[in-house]
Design a protein around this ligand. Structure first.
Ligand SMILES: NC(=O)CCC(=O)C(=O)O
Length: 304
């Protein structure tokens, strides 16, 4: 793994998750509501959050037929400055202005994105600084293709292409790793982020009514404990009239695997104080980060 610059260290901060409701077929209405909820998250709490998170696929209904219809061109090139004013993406413009107006970091859930070059459609998360700069994007790497007979069949790969780039970004208070929903099942991705010094992993997600009750909490607590990091997934609210019923239950888990905050299934805003002491004490008390036996499992990710 290429060496990366160290983050100066985790500081206390407040994290807000928006379990967004009213996501329908009208994209303009979805964007308007998401914007209102970001402003609400930033202005109604006792303590202003430092980082706000929206859920997976917040500007369109969730389904493979919808992705190409709602897809927007973003045209972000890593390492190059991005001109939000000139962006073709109305979602990017809205998220950037909401981050700037509230002066908070914003993880803009995910939106369907059409690549300007290869024309493929991706499930893409965009991240904004408090100045409204688009600092990075992350394209969902593992596509949600499952078939549980009689329960749920879903095939994102009908219209989406998987991303290839594990991604993290630095704020003044933490290094934050990104994933999207189904990515949580692949422990390698969160392991990689943790090895790169991430303190918090955030995965906008939309689990379903079959796997949600069994795996949503389990996977987040597992990834948190495996890696001794804070872990959070932010879901849309459940809408019984929608084609896809999201599990909801957005949550934040600490590095000991304790759930710090959890939503139910309706629209909600959750706030959590992230305390660096939990992070350092977990690693000090259970020092797995220094006990790994790479002599025994040097290349475990590639064995069958
Ligand atoms: N949007 C998704 O990737 C859903 C993943 C999911 O429900 C799962 O069980 O995994």
């Amino acid at each position: 793994m290429a060496s990366v610059l160290k983050h100066p260290g985790l500081k206390p901060f407040n994290l807000a998750l928006i379990q967004l409701g009213r996501i329908g077929s009208d994209k303009a209405a979805n964007l308007k509501h998401a914007r209102e909820m970001v402003i609400k998250a930033a202005t109604t709490a006792n303590k202003k959050p430092d980082l706000i998170v929206l859920p997976e696929c917040f500007n369109s209904p969730y389904g493979h037929v919808h992705f190409p219809v709602y897809a927007e061109k973003i045209g972000f090139i890593p390492g190059q400055p991005y001109d939000v004013e000139a962006s073709e993406s109305e979602s990017v413009k809205m998220l950037s202005s909401a981050a700037k107006e509230t002066g908070t970091w914003l993880i803009g859930g995910s939106i369907p994105e059409r690549d300007s070059g290869d024309n493929n459609v991706y499930n893409t998360c965009t991240v904004y600084s408090p100045k409204g700069e688009l600092v990075t994007i992350f394209r969902k790497i593992h596509l949600f293709d499952i078939d549980i007979p009689g329960k749920i069949k879903f095939k994102e790969s009908e219209t989406l292409t998987g991303g290839k780039t594990p991604t993290f970004f630095d704020t003044e208070f933490a290094r934050v790793g990104l994933g999207i929903c189904y990515d949580v099942r692949f422990s390698e991705l969160s392991m990689l982020a943790a090895r790169q010094g991430c303190h918090l992993l955030v995965y906008p997600g939309a689990f379903n009514m079959t796997t949600g009750p069994l795996h949503w909490e389990l996977l987040q607590r597992a990834r948190a404990v495996d890696n001794q990091v804070f872990f959070s997934m932010c879901s849309p609210a459940r809408d019984p009239s929608a084609g896809y019923h999201a599990w909801g239950h957005s949550m934040v888990v600490d590095p000991m695997g304790k759930i710090l905050v959890e939503a139910q299934d309706g629209e909600d805003i959750l706030y959590t104080d992230i305390d660096p002491t939990t992070f350092t004490e977990a690693r000090k008390g259970i020092p797995v980060t220094t006990q790994r036996r790479f002599d025994v499992y040097p290349d475990v990710s590639k064995s069958s």
